[in-house]
Structures are given as C-alpha cells and as structure tokens.
Ligand binder design. Sequence first.
Ligand SMILES: [Zn+2]
Length: 310
Amino acid sequence: MEASVNPSRNQHTLAVSCEVHGRGYWTGKNVSVAIHPASPDTGIRFLRTDLEEPNECKASVEFREEASLRTNLINGNVHLQMVEHLMSALSALEIDNCLIEIDGEELPALDGSSLGYAQALSEAGLIIQAAEKRRLVVQENVRIERGSSWVQLSPALHGETYFEYRLSFDNPTPIDSQTFGINLTPDRFLREVASARTFVTAEQAAQIRAQGIAGHVTNQDLLVIGEDGPIENSYRFSDECARHKTLDLIGDLALSGVEFIGRAISYRGGHILNGQVAEKLCEMACQQQAGSSERDSGTHQDVPNLRKAM
Ligand SMILES: [Zn+2]
C-alpha cells in the first residue's frame, strides 16, 4: 500500500472576499483578482469575468497545460497563466474552497512572490466548514523522475507535511547550490516562504527580453541574478532561490486537490515535473479512496495506519 486517505481536518473557506491587482509578467496586462468564499467541496475555481460563459476552470491537475517557467490551466477557451503563486498561498494557508474572479488570462506577478496573495488571504481570514478535507498519508517511498531531476514522496516522520527543494545547476551560474526544507504550517509559510521571489539569471533575462517578452518587467519586479548577486535588488534570504522553488512546489502540488501528510523532496524539479507529481498524488488518493470504500462496505470501518501516522 502506498498511502491512505485521511479526512482528519475540516475544509476551510475565506471569511470574506479579498482582492489583488497587478500586472502579469508574460502578457503585461493589468488584471484584478477577486477571491470569494465558496461552499464545501467547491475546490478552487477560476472564473474569467472578461469572457462569456462557460468561463470557468477548476484549479485541478486535469486542466494543467504544459508550459515552461510557469503553471498554466486550460479548459476549452478558458486559459489561465501563472497560477502557482496564488495556489501556493491558498494551499499553505489551508483555504480549500473559493471562487476566483479574474478579468484577464494571467495572474498578477506582484513582486514575484506569494506575499501579496498571502497577505490578502490572511487579512480576509478563514472559516471552518462542515465537511472533511481529503488527506493522503504517504506510506511508501514514491519517486517521480524527469531527466536528471526527481521528486521523492516519502512517509512523514511525525505526522508532518514537509517540503524540501535542492537547487543546483550543471552549467556555471551565479546562483549557489542551496537546499531549503520546511514543515509546512500557515505561520511558517508566511514567515519563511511567501516572500521568496521568482528569479532568473541575467543571461536568461536577456534571452527573454530579446524575444520581445516581458519588456515592462524591471529588475525590481523579480530577482535578476548576475555575477555579483541580484542586479539592482537584494536577497530577502540567502537561500531565496531554493525557498521560491519550494513555494512553486507547494503551489503545483496543490493542483492535485489533495493535502498530503508526508515528505516531498525535489531535486532540481520544475513545473512540468511538479505537474507529474500532482497527477501521481491524485492517482494515489483515488486508489486509496477506492480501497477504503471497499473496506468501509465490510464490517471494519477503521484504517489503523491513519491514526498511527497522525
Ligand atoms: Zn514561481
């Protein structure tokens, strides 16, 4: 058995609506995002208010679109770009149900981190709902690989949800190898992860700008890292890059719709690998759900490993 689904906490939604405004990195468009409370089992749903109905796309791995350097969703003609920083904040702050109205395709980049989203959501506050959140307790090591990168899921040591990112590059780069790991809680996310910004090397920034993309993005809108560190900017943490990759990992895995108890360690993973891991989490949850339904239809109602793992 790889895992078990543990419905051990109630679902949450926002106490009141909140808003975030800003410009996207890729499209350069100014967009407004309004995040509203929603009923239990809604999940996270995006509504493109600039499109005619049907204008909805659920934040789910089944609608993930393969893209580099960001996580996009697509449902028919409803496209969304760069959802991962908002998804990370929602997931880490344990907001399970909400409707997100957005009047454009790409989410605001803000300062390249999740901080603006996390602050708006924290200020709105959350309420506890009368339905259980699906939880997956990882019980065996599972490794998902892509080229030389991998993500390993493994059982929790003490009932924690742990994320770790190991960053290193094969080619010479001004970014030092670094590792960041965290037992995720809403407070620790706010303090240690939410403000870690998107980064590119000066070389990558030049390539992107040469393609005529992101011309409005300045060196203060994210970290552009040159030989002597961030250009016209400074690090918020010495390991800010690994922290941002952890932020992305949390956001991308949130597309599984499953909260897991266990450890997720990424070695040089990116959005595409993260998407594969989210699919795997979904699959593990479905298998386990089917398994537990079979068990529940018998006389035995309890799943002993769940209690032990918590
Ligand atoms: Zn990111």
